[in-house]
Structure formats: structure tokens, C-alpha cells
Design a binder for this molecule. Structure first.
Ligand SMILES: Cc1cc2nc3c(=O)[nH]c(=O)nc-3n(C[C@H](O)[C@H](O)[C@H](O)COP(=O)(O)OP(=O)(O)OC[C@H]3O[C@@H](n4cnc5c(N)ncnc54)[C@H](O)[C@@H]3O)c2cc1C
Length: 466
């Protein structure tokens, strides 16, 4: 008897990868892609896995870069996106950049040629029919309005966003805690019983004035014509708040009340920047209320003016974009199924990851989970020690809820993976410097991740052989 197909909606980076993983596992797939019948504001072709903007998959070095590690894990897992990217690469130094047309054509041709793949060029303009018992929704940041409306009705209004409002995130170890201190405003205890939940960075008046000048004079990114991102009063970009008056920030996200500088209790700060823990590991901290449209280079410069953040290393910089994504930590289980309707899985950027490679990685996992389920095997998430596991952790578990709308899309970064303490001395007993320690730490994390992916893969093969 023939096997019932799994349906994948959206033939972008995530949907193409999910389709490939299912088909390679022996499961028939119908891939529904609306282009060219209906277009989006960013896509220009009818090819699958179209790259809508840059042609770069970013750094390719697994020993020193988190996205390079993700590349390496995906190659081990038979990724079509990585295989076609490697086959169509163009010179780009340490990065993997691709010939965009050759790349998308290769993905399209490989999927079209697969005997278990059927490609239907149609929009799924509402919830998929009930008799589709296993569906992967991979419709991306520009999900068509009819489907987005249906998802909204199913999940509830608070659970689907049409814009991101991203505040920068800082690696904890780069914050100078000799300047910053931990305290909640008025020492208020949260539900977790912690009166020291925030990290506070103090400013005196001169520092505040210089910071406002820098905010006002730094270059800002423009919105694209079609983006029409509305500003809500609850999440205005900080530079827009500063334009409304030099004191606005001091009465908003930078208000100094209820806080005492633990290092210099006699000095009353003129303004305070607060950071809130962003992931369960405690490695990432987001700058509260600091969503911004400043250009990325300017953000790094301006935010390093904040006392305590002079050497900040940013896991994510701020931004505001049109971007459809669901509140995954609340809605999805750890194999990406919608808790309210487990026949529906989500994959790609719509789950709250950011970037071509991350979207494809989540598509890869969704495809493998759906294949395991269809074949009557356990769908086991990848270990938390891997880049894949770090992404799944961000979207289904590791993010800490800091209020409505606090879950925001993120690229892969080392803050999502449990760290490994580097040795203090080298083989000759000499003390290692900070740079060398960071280099070793990244390599150790990479080695552990690749070994753990091998073990995970071996486990999946053993289940298949049973
Ligand atoms: C303007 C813009 C620029 C970007 N630039 C970059 C960049 O430079 N680098 C980077 O890494 N990331 C960039 N991104 C993010 C990028 O979109 C994602 O990284 C990646 O494309 C997401 O992959 P995905 O598969 O989730 O979605 P997509 O690749 O967008 O694929 C979704 C697919 O679903 C289809 N679809 C939508 N709704 C339906 C429906 N109802 N029925 C059937 N099909 C449907 C769409 O036509 C599309 O083919 C950009 C995003 C935008 C919007």
C-alpha cells in the first residue's frame, strides 16, 4: 500500500530542505509553492529556494563561527541547501557565497527530479484541509495574507507578529560587571523570586547628553517601500523617542528610578540602561526597550558608549522589519508541532529564526521529524550542545518570556549553545590571553557539537534499522 504524502507549504529555503529530507527518508511529499501564480514583495523568480537579498551564507569556518558550525552540521545531515550552495559557490574569502541563479536552479531541478516529490504551484489560502494529516508550514517572513489570517485565528492574536522589533542582545561575558550591577527596579521580586533580575548600566548627565547626540546624528536604515512598518507607542525605536525630546528616554526605557549603583551607592545615576536575561543558559542579555533602526555599524559604536558595555560583543543587533513569525516558545512542542493541532508543523523564518541558513536548518529538522513520525519512529530533537539544538532551544524552549511580544527572531550564535570553559594555560604552562581563550572555546564547542551530531545521526540510523 502506498504511503500517504506529507504536505509542505512554501518552497523557500526551509520548505525545499524539509521536502528533500522527507523524500530522502523514503516519504512521499507534495510541495505547495505559490510562485509564480502569486508573488511576494521580495521574490523575483519562480525558482525554489530563491535568495531574496544577499547571496551569502556567511562564515564557513566551523572552528570559529557559529553559522560555520551550522553549515558543518547540515552537511553531515545531507542538506540539499548546503550541497547546492557548495556546488555553486563564488569566491568570498572565509564566507560561503553562492551564484544565486545557479543555486536556486540546482535546488529546483533536484527536487523536481526526485521520484517521491510532487511540486504543486498553488497558494494555500487558509488552513490546510483536515485530511492532510501531516503538514509543514514553511511560508516565511512574507507568508501570504490569507494563510497568515488563518494562522492568526487558530493561534490567537497575541501569538503571530507581522513585524519584528528587535533590541540588541549582548553576550554576558562581555559586560563589565565592575561598572554594571544586578538589581530589579525597587528590588521587586519576580515570579522566580529574584530581586536582582536585571543588569544595570549607569550614566551621568554628560554621558547621557553625549549618548543622545550620537543617537540623533547616527545613520538610520530606510524601510523598503512595501514594508510600511507602523510604529506602535509601546515599541518605538530609541532614536525616534530621542527625536521627540532629549529627556524622553530618561523618562522611558532609561529611567533611573528605583535603582542604586552597587559600586558607588552615593552617586545617583542620571539615566540607566537595563539588560534582561534572554535565554535559560544566562549567556545572552537583551537591552530593554532598545529596538532601533540605526545602521548596524552605528549601533556597535553608539551602544559601546554605554558604561559597562564598552567591550560589548553583540549576539544580535537591533532592527525593525516586516516579518511574519509565531510565538514559537508558547505554541510549538520540541519537534516543531503546533500543540493545538499537532498535524501542523512550522519551519523556517516563521518559527522565529533569522537568516537563510538558520531557516534551512529548521526546515531540515522539521523534515526529519515529520519523516520519523510517518515511518512510525520516535522524532528525537538534536542535542542542546549542537548549533541545531541551539536553534530548536531558542524557538521552542530556551527563550525566557519577558512580557508580551518579547520573543524575537535570532540568528545562530554561540550564546545559544552551552559554553565550555577553556584551559587557563597553554601546553607550555603559559597563561592564555582573552583572545586565545575565546578562540579555543569556540573550537572546543565546535568539536563537541560535531561529535554529538554524529551520535544523534547514529541513533536515528539505529532506530531506522530496528
Ligand atoms: C526583504 C528581505 C531581505 C532579506 N535578506 C536576507 C539576507 O540578505 N540574508 C539572509 O540570510 N536572510 C535574509 N532575509 C531573511 C530571509 O527571508 C530568510 O532568511 C529566508 O528566506 C527564510 O526562509 P523561509 O524558507 O523561511 O522563507 P522563504 O525563503 O521566504 O520561503 C517561503 C516561501 O513560501 C511561499 N509562500 C508564502 N505563502 C504561501 C502560501 N500561502 N502558499 C504557498 N506558498 C507560500 C513563498 O512564495 C516563498 O517561496 C531577508 C528577508 C526579507 C523579507
Amino acid at each position: 500500500m502506498s504511503m500517504t504524502p506529507v504536505h509542505v507549504v512554501g518552497g523557500g529555503l526551509a520548505g525545499s530542505e524539509a521536502t528533500w529530507q522527507l523524500a530522502q527518508a523514503g516519504v512521499p511529499v507534495v510541495l505547495h509553492e505559490m510562485r509564480p501564480v502569486r508573488g511576494t514583495d521580495a521574490h523575483h523568480t519562480d525558482q525554489l529556494a530563491e535568495l531574496v537579498c544577499s547571496n551569502s551564507f556567511r562564515a564557513d569556518d566551523w572552528t570559529g563561527n557559529a553559522v560555520g558550525l551550522l553549515h558543518a552540521e547540515m552537511r553531515k545531515l545531507g542538506s540539499i541547501i548546503m550541497a547546492c550552495g557548495d556546488a555553486h559557490q563564488v569566491p568570498a574569502g572565509g564566507a560561503l557565497a553562492v551564484d544565486r541563479e545557479g543555486f536556486s536552479r540546482a535546488v529546483t531541478e533536484r527536487l523536481q527530479a526526485h521520484p517521491l516529490v510532487t511540486i504543486a504551484r498553488e497558494e494555500i489560502a487558509g488552513l490546510p484541509p483536515q485530511d492532510w494529516d501531516s503538514v509543514i508550514l514553511a511560508t516565511g517572513p512574507l507568508t501570504s495574507p490569507a494563510l497568515a489570517d488563518a494562522i492568526l485565528k487558530l493561534t490567537g492574536e497575541d501569538q503571530l507578529s507581522f513585524f519584528d522589533a528587535i533590541a540588541p542582545i549582548v553576550h554576558f561575558e562581555s559586560i563589565d560587571m565592575d561598572v554594571a550591577w544586578r538589581q530589579s527596579r525597587y528590588d521587586k521580586e519576580g515570579p522566580g523570586g529574584d530581586a536582582a533580575a536585571y543588569i544595570n548600566c549607569p550614566m551621568d548627565q554628560a554621558q547621557y547628553e553625549a549618548f543622545i547626540d550620537a543617537l540623533l546624528s547616527s545613520p538610520k536604515s530606510e524601510f523598503k517601500d512595501w514594508e510600511h512598518v507602523p510604529y506602535f507607542d509601546g515599541c518605538l525605536p530609541i532614536e525616534v523617542m530621542a527625536e521627540r525630546g532629549r529627556e524622553t528616554l530618561r523618562h522611558g526605557p532609561m529611567k533611573p528610578v528605583g535603582l542604586t549603583n552597587a559600586h558607588r551607592p552615593e552617586d545617583k545615576p542620571y539615566a540607566v540602561v537595563q539588560l534582561r536575561q534572554d535565554n535559560a543558559l544566562g549567556t545572552l542579555w537583551n537591552m530593554v526597550g532598545f529596538q532601533t533602526k540605526l545602521k548596524h555599524g552605528a549601533q556597535t559604536e553608539v551602544f559601546r558608549m554605554i558604561p559597562g558595555l564598552e567591550k560589548a560583543v553583540f549576539a544580535r543587533l537591533g532592527g525593525l522589519h516586516r516579518n511574519t513569525f509565531i510565538n514559537s516558545p508558547r505554541l510549538l512542542d520540541d519537534t516543531l508541532r503546533l500543540k493545538a493541532q499537532p498535524r501542523l508543523r512550522f519551519a523556517g523564518q516563521v518559527t522565529g529564526v533569522e537568516g537563510y541558513v538558520e531557516s534551512a536548518a529548521v526546515g531540515l529538522l522539521a523534515g526529519r521529524f515529520a519523516a520519523a513520525e510517518r515511518l512510525g519512529r520516535a522524532a528525537v530533537p538534536p542535542p542542546a550542545t549542537t548549533a541545531m539544538g541551539g536553534l530548536i532551544g531558542h524557538i521552542t524552549g530556551g527563550h525566557l518570556e519577558g512580557g508580551k511580544g518579547s520573543f524575537q527572531p535570532m540568528n545562530i550564535n554561540y550564546g545559544l549553545i552551552p559554553p565550555i570553559a577553556p584551559p587557563k594555560r597553554d601546553e607550555e604552562g603559559l597563561r592564555l590571553g582573552a583572545k586565545e581563550k575565546t578562540r579555543i572555546k569556540k573550537r572546543l564547542v565546535g568539536e563537541r557539537a560535531l561529535a554529538d551530531i554524529d551520535a544523534w545521526l547514529a541513533g536515528a540510523r539505529a532506530l531506522a534499522a530496528e
